[in-house]
Design a protein around this ligand. Structure first.
Ligand code: PBG
Length: 328
């Protein structure tokens, strides 16, 4: 039988900061934070992203600097998004050996590749003129299987350029299997795949589309990304399929609005689970803080703790370097 008041006083363990620190059940460590970075072809100065105060589209030079700073702060990895100067229907920049992401991956591998993990987002939306994540049919739908060939080519180009983790984010069926086969055939059996396994068609990606200049020119992504109101079992099925296709780690995205899904995925699998605190989550906090409506630093830490507690082993966050410094 449990003790009743006044014997039971939960406040005893909350009374002092050292007590609270000692009994804290959820801790963050810099090494489990991953910083998303944008690099744009053909610019000479970093370009601020209006809807994401503090985030920029990098030049190759400023990207190096940002990666060094992240490494110095103890951040676990960076994930690279490229914005080519020219886009076309098939997203040619995605697998061009001279494409911006490939050049930037090369830079980072040689400079910080031993200090943190260099990861790359593998998708087509940053590279296509129509802004969709794949190859379109004449009817304007994304053709799953034609797109898989493009993802495979992009993943191989990224691996050759120095990517140390391939992260396919396009939500095509079979993408992990197609990429695994292509990487293996090109001699990259050692490169892990972090699947964006559970990815919702979310309005929280709004600011990212400014940062990566990839808003769809027509329609939306609901025919390939998951419906926020869709069955929970669909999320778990996506995870199982990705694991069966060879994913080494899986991701849930966005983070804060999907903590229930994150917990269920964590309970389902025995591989590392990542969560992506996306652009809209970042922008909302920055905007409210800029108005003086919330305590910015506390809200950032509280949201990261919540994501960690829900089951994330790894967290992708635009605050990675700042938070790593604070934890350090
Ligand atoms: C697709 C991709 C997107 C994000 C990461 N990878 C955009 C989308 O699916 O529409 C969003 C990340 C964010 O909002 O921070 N390449």
């Amino acid at each position: 039988m449990s003790a009743e008041f006044p014997v039971a006083r939960p406040r005893r363990l909350r009374r002092t900061a050292p007590l609270r620190r000692m009994v804290a059940g959820t801790r963050l460590h810099p090494a489990e934070l991953i910083l998303p970075l944008f690099v744009k072809e053909g610019i000479t100065e970093p370009a601020p992203v209006g809807s994401m105060p503090g985030v920029v589209q990098h030049t190759r030079e400023s990207l190096r600097k940002a990666a060094h700073e992240a490494a110095e702060a103890g951040v676990g990895g960076v994930i690279l998004f490229g914005i080519p100067a020219v886009k076309d229907g098939r997203g040619s920049g995605a697998d061009d050996p001279e494409g911006i992401v490939q050049l930037a991956l090369n830079d980072l591998r040689s400079e910080v590749g031993d200090a943190l993990v260099i990861m790359s987002d593998t998708c087509l939306d940053e590279y296509t003129d129509h802004g969709h994540c794949g190859i379109l049919t004449e009817a304007g739908e994304v053709d799953n299987d034609l797109t898989l060939e493009r993802y495979a080519a992009a993943a191989v180009a990224q691996a050759r350029a120095g990517s140390q983790v391939i992260a396919p984010s396009g939500m095509m069926d079979g993408q992990v299997g197609a990429i695994r086969a292509a990487l293996d055939a090109d001699g990259h059996a050692e490169i892990p795949i972090l699947g964006y396994s559970v990815k919702y068609a979310s309005a929280f990606y709004g600011p990212f589309r400014d940062a990566a200049e990839c808003a769809p020119q027509f329609g939306d992504r609901s025919a390939y990304q998951q419906d926020p109101a869709g069955p929970v079992g669909e999320a778990l099925r996506e995870v199982r399929l990705d694991l069966a296709e060879g994913a080494d780690a899986v991701m849930v995205k966005p983070a804060l609005a999907y903590l229930d899904i994150l917990r269920q995925v964590r309970d389902l699998v025995d591989v590392p689970v990542a969560a992506y605190q996306v652009s809209g989550e970042y922008a909302m906090v920055e905007a409210a803080a800029a108005n003086g409506w919330i305590d910015r630093d506390r809200v950032i830490m509280e949201s990261l703790i919540a994501i960690r507690r829900a089951g994330a082993d790894l967290i992708l966050t635009y605050w990675a370097t700042e938070v790593a410094r604070r934890l350090g």
